[in-house]
Design a protein around this ligand. Structure first.
Ligand SMILES: Nc1ncnc2c1ncn2[C@@H]1O[C@H](COP(=O)(O)OP(=O)(O)OP(=O)(O)O)[C@@H](O)[C@H]1O
Length: 360
């Protein structure tokens, strides 16, 4: 596809570019980038503090890779960008590490040779052996890149991005295709790098990864930042209630089931264990929604699970399994991107949720 960029507003260093104590590692203001008629970034403001792990999340096509490319000077963009105090094209590349989303190193080299090669671009690169061990490739270092599995290739690519011991590391989907053990080793690596003072700009679709690692997260949607903050703050603000998922055995609930469960929950001692009005009050009870394979009760604390089980029994609803979940970054993501599951509608099935505890 044809790439076209508006003239960059940040192509030369200026007197105020000095990197000082307390200077953010990355500052972007009003970043815009279009590809023909497609607006990939629509006025993005972003600021990453030194030493921070900053997560960038958003749906496919939201503009994440374009933002990483704009910040690293691998594509032009409008707006003001300062990376380590300088415009992207004037940054000392020895201080930056970049793992692009798509990275195809020469295949006819071994993992060790590749890391050696990239290390050779710097005067004071890290010991390749140590870097390979860091990403869990110590045992496979002599295998040709082309013979490595997808996850091993990705780990090797991560190694090439950190061989210069960067102050600021951009990782665009570093764990894609890596198995759970490999992901953990990459997570520990990122934690170690952050503990050592490296600023990490982490793009990922793995919400658990971002929730675990990031000090702050920005959610990009349609080229705009729609939320930014610490994961816990975003979850508190947008994550919704803890919930109990009730999976039913083949049969889906009808509206009467939901109403019966709600009524049972709202009577006697059970009401006290589920967020909502006190038992016996005239106010309405907790919110109960239909799901694809059962129902969901919102506002259930762990000590309230037994009360819900009693209410299900009292309402004559048979179930297969119960899953309790606290709100997570994934809920924030689903809610703010509009991809949140919504109860199915229609027929005499439950359709719309029985919303008695107030809309979520
Ligand atoms: N080289 C290009 N030429 C034309 N359009 C592009 C190009 N690169 C990206 N785009 C478009 O810009 C928009 C943002 O793409 P981008 O790759 O930045 O999204 P993303 O959030 O990284 O997506 P993903 O999660 O799928 O990697 C999309 O509509 C994409 O099709």
């Amino acid at each position: 596809m044809n790439e076209t960029a508006a003239p960059s507003a940040s192509t030369s260093a200026s007197a105020d570019d000095a990197t000082g104590e307390g200077t953010p590692s990355v500052v972007g203001e009003g970043i815009r980038r279009s590809y023909g008629d497609v607006v990939a970034l629509d006025g993005v403001d972003v600021s990453v503090e030194a030493g921070e792990v900053f997560g960038l999340i958003g749906p496919n096509g939201a503009g994440k890779t374009t933002l990483v490319r704009a910040l690293t000077g691998t594509t032009d963009a409008e707006g003001t960008i300062r990376v380590l105090g300088s415009p992207p094209d004037a940054v000392d590349s020895r201080r930056i590490g970049l793992l692009p989303q798509s990275f195809g190193p020469p295949e006819r080299l071994t993992a060790r040779e590749l890391v050696d090669y990239y290390g050779g671009l710097y005067d004071d690169a890290r010991d390749p052996e140590a870097v390979l061990n860091d990403v869990g490739m110590g045992d496979d270092a002599d295998a040709w890149y082309e013979t490595l599995s997808g996850g091993q290739k990705r780990r090797t690519c991560v190694a090439t991005a950190i061989v210069n011991d960067p102050d600021l590391l951009f990782l665009d989907e570093p764990t894609t295709g890596i198995d759970p053990a490999g992901r953990r080793s990459i997570h520990r690596l990122i934690e170690r790098l952050a503990a050592g003072g490296t600023t990490v700009f982490l793009t990922s679709h793995a919400m658990d990864e971002v929730e675990r690692l990031a000090d702050r997260v920005a959610l990009l949607r349609d080229g705009e930042v729609v939320a930014v903050g610490a994961p816990a703050d975003l979850i508190a603000e947008h994550g919704g209630d803890p919930r109990l998922e009730v999976a039913m055995d083949g049969s889906n609930p009808v509206a009467a089931d939901l109403e019966a469960v709600r009524t049972a929950l709202h009577t006697g001692e059970t009401a006290a264990a589920v967020d909502g009005p006190a038992a016996g009050s005239d106010a309405d009870g907790p919110t109960i929604e239909a799901t694809t394979d059962g129902l969901r009760v919102l506002g259930v604390r762990p000590e309230g699970i037994g009360a819900v089980v009693d209410a299900l029994a009292a309402a004559g609803v048979e179930f297969e399994s119960l899953t309790w979940a606290e709100p997570s970054l994934e809920d924030v993501y689903l809610r703010l991107t509009g991809e949140e599951f919504s109860p199915r509608a229609g027929g005499d099935a439950a359709g719309d949720a029985v919303r008695r505890g107030g809309d979520r």
